[in-house]
Write a protein that binds this ligand. Structure first.
Ligand code: PLP
Length: 364
């Protein structure tokens, strides 16, 4: 690979497209004749205004976001949304349904419980989150202020293979680790949020996509200004200084996606990449996938293990020596995790699969 870059399977912050990094490098000292870097300019300048307006327009185009949704570029990560969602939306009946399908949805539920009544509408905890709950397993309250899900479970490597049907109750989804990895019908959601550092930009940017009518739910008077969706929306994410640099890189990533043909094309690539690893797992006697239901296998985070902790550690160590880093699974699951986000090259996946075969032949 060019520039001595290694195959970086990091779960986040994670790999960015080389084209994007090169483009940022080219414009680093003097952004398009402005005489300064994007990091150095006023967020109220004409040049930056053009960047944020274009980023939003491109995001709307790539994700096909309907006109009755606002797009917000915020800070604080997905974790701050665990609090902002209940602060802004758990204000009608004071209760919400949480579907707990992994570590992050559990954290979201715990945070929300500080602001109102959290009801666990479905969970696969008893199966160590090796799949996501099915629609027929959900116990949904029609009076809930919203239903929350984490669509792709970054740590466990599972993904929803359906959008839960919630009737008139708005669906709120954490899409941090799968946003823009495939087309998704935004109109099925009340709120979508995502920390950008998995698939979209460097850390520091959080994207929130919110249906306009939900901005009319009045949060408590003591809610901080910067946690009030309505104020943020009215000020076009510029109540204060937005994360200028990550927004700029986000724009470049969107250009990269649009140039390749958008989400249908990236989905095809993602399916191709993930299938290579899952196929290797299905054909292996040594490695086992951590997700028990095939339809719930994530395209972004592939989790697997040998069943022997020492052998797992050996695999990770030897892979690292060959230029494949960050393959160690999260401590909650153990084993291995290959995060293969949009920008992760297929050559890296092929190299991993070859190494898995070689490792199996030597160690079984
Ligand atoms: C990484 C991740 C988070 C945490 O994101 P931060 O931006 O670090 O707060 C939350 N949810 C999911 C699904 C994630 O992948």
């Amino acid at each position: 690979m060019a520039f001595d870059r290694i195959f970086n399977f990091s779960a986040g912050p994670s790999v960015l497209p080389e084209e994007v990094l090169l483009s940022a490098q080219k414009d680093l000292l003097n952004y398009q004749g402005s005489g300064m870097s994007v990091m150095e300019m006023s967020h109220r300048s004409k040049v930056f205004d053009d960047i944020i307006v274009t980023a939003e327009a491109k995001l709307r185009k790539v994700m096909n976001i309907p006109d009755n949704y606002k797009v917000l570029f915020l800070q604080g990560g997905a974790t701050l949304q665990f609090a902002m969602v209940p602060m802004n939306l758990m204000t009608v009946n004071g209760k919400a349904d949480y579907i707990v399908s992994g570590n992050f949805s559990k954290k979201a539920a715990e945070e929300a419980a500080k602001y109102g009544k959290v009801q666990i509408a479905g969970t696969t905890k008893a199966e160590n989150f090796s799949r996501v709950p099915r629609q027929d397993e959900l116990l949904l309250d029609p009076e809930a202020d919203y239903v929350h899900i984490c669509y792709n479970n970054t740590i466990y490597g599972s993904v929803f293979d359906y959008i839960p049907e919630t009737g008139n109750v708005p669906l709120v989804a954490d899409l941090s680790s799968c946003i823009m990895s495939e087309p998704i019908d935004v109109s099925k959601f009340g709120v979508i949020y995502a920390g950008a550092q998995k698939n979209v930009a460097p850390a520091g940017l959080t994207i929130v996509i919110i249906r306009e009518d939900l901005l009319e739910r009045t949060p408590k008077e003591y809610t901080p200004l910067l946690m009030n969706y309505k104020i943020l929306a009215e000020n076009n994410s510029m109540y204060n200084t937005p994360p200028c640099w990550p927004i700029y890189i986000c724009k470049l990533v969107l250009d990269w996606l649009l140039d390749m043909g958008g989400l249908e094309v990236i989905k095809k690539r993602n399916v191709e990449k993930a299938s290579l690893i899952y196929e290797a797992l299905d054909n292996s006697k040594l490695f086992k996938p951590a997700v028990s239901v095939k339809a719930n296998r994530s395209l972004m985070n592939v989790t697997f293990r040998t069943g022997d902790d020492e052998l797992d550690a050996k695999f990770v160590k030897e892979a690292t020596a060959r230029g494949m880093t960050n393959l160690k699974g999260h401590r909650a699951v153990g084993g291995m995790r290959a995060s293969i986000y949009n920008a992760f090259p297929i050559e890296g996946v092929r190299t991993l699969v070859e190494f898995m075969k070689e490792f199996e032949a030597k160690n079984s």
